[in-house]
Design a binder for this molecule. Structure first.
Ligand code: MIG
Length: 838
């Protein structure tokens, strides 16, 4: 066909465009080296330098790799593109430099492979392929592959911008959990995630990143786990099979490729991975007992009379509570460490009265310090030179609530100490705990009416070239952004420890990085009053929990918006056994106290909070176990039952400790729900004693006033009678809830509930074991914590013929048919063995 005129003219235009395109390409190519990535793989290993506790590999690219062992189950791999390892320093680790153990190298005859293992030869083995570009495989002692570099994408770095990356082969069914705070499905396989602390109010499911970032994950495949911790504070990312399901990659915009691989012990268990990770990055200390009570907050309770009214109402209505929060409006013009003269004229009096009623008070403290020459905090900070500076070396200023502010550089030890000292006055006045918000750090972008504010607007934090002290390793904000919030929480925590050594601090932080658990509890920021957000709390909180952070919670009811009575009641039930339990609400939302939804819901919400108080002895014991060995409090089901595939994606149930299974109602209108009972244990309904075999799925009744709650058969769960606040606990005695049907052992931890006397032995750990129908108690003598006064056996069909305590027949027993509970009052004095004879 001949072209007609039309096409010819079309061709002319096309020709013109071709020239334009060529021009653009020429321009682009000229510009490219400065802006585009220039990735380079490491190339072959050119030299191997063996030391007693590390092996250093030089590569053709000039980059060096260093391999070492923290223990036989924990391996460390570092890659520095320039071949010179920076001074070893980490904000995440308990000790800036982890202690290493001796290792051994075996070379094969061809010289192509090196095997590196611990001197003992047990645990992890590293196989280094020296050609054509360095590749690392990690196996267990038997040679089973754990992680394996993808030969198609060997470790690489970017010669232009300093980025680093590694890629691993991925088994199709391998799942990944952890990664800190993510509004993503329970397993993060085939997700791409960014680590960059961001103020993301009213985040939608799927928005990433959020407020806090923990670059650690636990992998699960075929019942076996391993963990990876990428200790790099720059903006980093994890592509867990999204780009290509056959591989996962992680990398960062700068710094070293510095990561740890956790084998999970010989069992390759997730619990072992977490134990070893928490050994490295630290554990949460025992919180003060009052911080485990119910906490009531809103933005903002003001004025003073309203705070007092809310506290009084809890007591008058007999709804238990321990803590009330003061949000930003308690301050004078949002100046941190001040009180509004108009609305809080007599804070000492208010705080004294709150204490008399058994309440503790927490105030919010943001990082922004108002620029005001008359304001002592700003003046002192300027004189002490503690504020973050911009690239030009001037004090960095940005707008937050108080207007223009300066911001302490929390990566400067002097600034941390200075900041910690400012809590003195509030403590003297009677404030009990502190809430650090806006510490991503968050700033308000310069207003531009033509542009919406985007979740990840670069103007919502410091400029990337702002300067930080970095605890002796000065660097820019791009390097230290992700630890700013954690270091603020640290400054607060350490300040409180110094100022009030007789009390355990309560610090709550919104932003964090790996290791934040050493300083603070965390909550999941500005969630939304919706059923979808309620459901999201389970994958979010359980994944945070197995990221090493024990003290976690989400705003009950959802911060943004106003929940219906039903949503609030269901949310309270779902949250009541989460470690950090706080109702919070945004400014302008409807009242959200447990009594705000009419009499019926007041009764329901009271009963829910009462359940929390009944189970506090169990929760407290779990905190003590976490502090000792890093055990998670909240556990996703797969974590406890890694061999049960049906648990791998189960995101609407969770475990508290080993013994309680919680299956809250997460959908409007539902009064029944399906519950899966994981294989390996049997379960009993907390309320009815009904038995459920492991591996079964059962539809359970869940009327609006009932939280589906189950106890593991063989468990011995301590509880107590309802109290109005934790200060009343010492007047009560413990109850043991024994779920009959399997043998088991259990411990109960008790101490003064505050202070540090427990560290010099002033605590009690009671050991209890169940063998068939015999319960043995080993109660240490000489301490006067709550005594065990009652035992309730769950799961009997009738009163046994005889019940004896140390051989003597007991008569103070009662059997409750609807709950299948046999209640036994123990005789005064100590009992060693309780026996049922059916
Ligand atoms: O820009 O202090 O996530 O809990 O109530 C909002 C006011 C600042 C955000 C916190 C929220 C708190 C609110 N804050």
């Amino acid at each position: 066909m001949q072209p007609n005129n039309d096409t010819r003219s079309g061709r002319d235009t096309y020709r013109k465009h071709v020239w334009l395109r060529v021009l653009i390409v020429i321009l682009l190519v000229g510009w490219m080296p400065a802006t585009f990535a220039a990735w380079q793989t490491l190339g072959a290993v050119t030299q191997v330098t063996a030391r007693a506790d590390s092996v250093e590999l030089s590569t053709r690219s000039g980059a060096h790799v260093r391999i070492s062992f923290v223990s036989q189950d924990v391996l460390r791999i570092r890659m520095n593109p320039h071949g010179v390892f920076a001074a070893d320093f980490s904000y995440a680790l308990v000790h800036a430099t982890p202690a290493l153990i001796a290792l051994k190298i075996d070379a094969d005859t061809s010289g192509e492979l090196l095997t590196i293992h611990t001197a003992g030869g047990d645990g992890l083995h590293v196989i280094v392929h020296k050609q054509p570009s360095l590749l690392i495989d990690v196996t267990d002692a038997q040679g089973n592959l754990i992680v394996s570099d993808d030969p198609a994408r060997p470790m690489a770095f970017d010669t232009q911008n300093g980025a680093v990356e590694t890629s691993k082969l991925r088994a199709a069914a391998e799942l990944y959990y952890g990664f800190g705070e993510k509004a993503l499905p329970l397993s993060r396989h085939q997700q791409y995630m960014t680590m960059w602390n961001s103020d993301t109010p009213r985040y939608a499911a799927g928005l990433d990143p959020l407020y806090q970032d923990i670059p650690f994950f636990v992998a699960l495949h075929d019942g076996k786990s391993y963990g990876v911790f990428f200790d790099n504070t720059w903006r980093s990312y994890f592509d867990m099979g999204k780009t290509d399901p056959a591989r996962y990659s992680f990398g960062a915009g700068g710094g070293e490729l510095n990561y740890y691989v956790f084998a999970g012990g010989a069992e390759r268990s997730p619990a072992n991975v977490l134990r070893d990770y928490s050994e490295l990055t630290g554990r949460g200390e025992l919180p003060p007992l009052w911080a485990l009570g119910y906490q009531q907050s809103r933005y903002s309770y003001t004025p003073q009379a309203r705070v007092e009214e809310v506290a009084r109402t809890f007591r008058a209505k007999k709804i238990p509570a321990d803590v009330i929060y003061l949000d930003i409006d308690y301050m004078q013009g949002f100046r941190v460490f001040s009180w509004s003269e108009r609305d809080f004229p007599a804070p000492e009096k208010m705080l004294r009265e709150l204490h008399e009623e058994g309440f503790h008070a927490v105030t919010i403290i943001d990082p922004g310090v108002k620029l005001d020459d008359q304001y002592p905090v700003y003046r002192s900070g300027r004189e002490q030179n503690v504020f973050t500076r911009n690239a030009a070396g001037e004090e960095l200023h940005a707008t937050v609530w108080p207007g223009q502010c300066a911001f302490p550089d929390f990566t400067d030890p002097h600034a941390r100490q200075w900041w910690g000292g400012w809590y003195a006055k509030a403590l003297q006045q009677g404030v009990d705990g502190f809430w650090n918000d806006m510490n991503e750090p968050a700033t308000f972008p310069a207003p531009d009416s033509n542009q919406p504010i985007l979740a990840h607007d670069a103007g919502k934090t410091f400029p990337l070239d702002a300067r930080h002290a970095g605890d002796g390793q000065p660097g820019d904000h791009a390097r230290y952004h992700n630890v700013y919030g954690m270091q603020m929480a640290r400054a607060t925590f350490e300040g409180l420890r110094t100022l009030q050594p007789q009390h355990r601090p309560l610090v709550l932080t919104r932003a964090g990085y790996a290791g934040v658990q050493r300083y603070a509890a965390v909550w999941t920021g500005d969630n939304v009053a919706s059923w979808e957000h309620l459901a999201l709390t389970i994958p979010m909180l359980t994944n945070l929990s197995i990221s090493g952070v024990p003290f976690v919670g989400a705003d009950v009811g959802g911060f943004v918006g106003s929940p219906s009575a039903e949503l609030y009641a269901r949310w309270l039930q779902a949250a009541v056994l989460t470690p950090f339990l706080r109702t919070h609400a945004e400014i302008g939302s409807n009242d959200r106290e447990p009594w705000s939804y009419g009499q019926d819901f007041e009764r329901i919400n009271r009963a829910t909070i009462e359940l929390r108080y009944q189970l506090l002895p169990y929760l407290y014991t779990l905190f003590a176990q976490h502090a000792a060995s890093g055990e998670a409090l909240l556990r996703p089901l797969w974590f406890a039952y890694p061999r049960d595939v049906k648990t791998y994606l189960l995101d609407d149930q969770y475990l508290l400790g080993r013994d309680l299974l919680i299956a809250p109602v997460l959908h409007a209108g539902d009064i029944k729900r399906e519950v899966y009972f994981p294989q390996g244990d049997a379960w009993r309904d907390w309320w009815s004693g009904q038995y459920y075999a492991g591996g079964s799925t059962v539809k359970i009744d869940a009327p609006i006033d009932r939280l589906p709650l189950f106890v593991r058969v063989g468990a011995i769960v301590p509880s107590q009678p309802v109290v109005q606040h934790t200060g009343e606990m010492s007047h009560t005695a413990l109850i043991l809830n024994v779920a009959l049907g399997a043998d088991g052992t259990s411990e109960i931890y008790q101490d003064a509930g505050d202070g540090y006397a427990y560290r010099s032995g002033d605590s009690r750990t009671t050991k209890i074991s169940l063998h068939g129908d015999f319960l043995r108690l080993q109660i240490p003598h000489g301490t006067d914590f709550q005594r065990i006064a009652t035992v309730e056996f769950i799961g009997l069909d009738a009163t046994p013929a005889r019940i004896t305590a140390d051989g003597k027949i007991l008569h103070e027993v009662s059997f409750d048919k609807p709950t299948r509970r046999l209640r036994i009052t123990l005789p005064a004095g100590s009992v060693d063995e309780l026996a049922l004879q059916r």
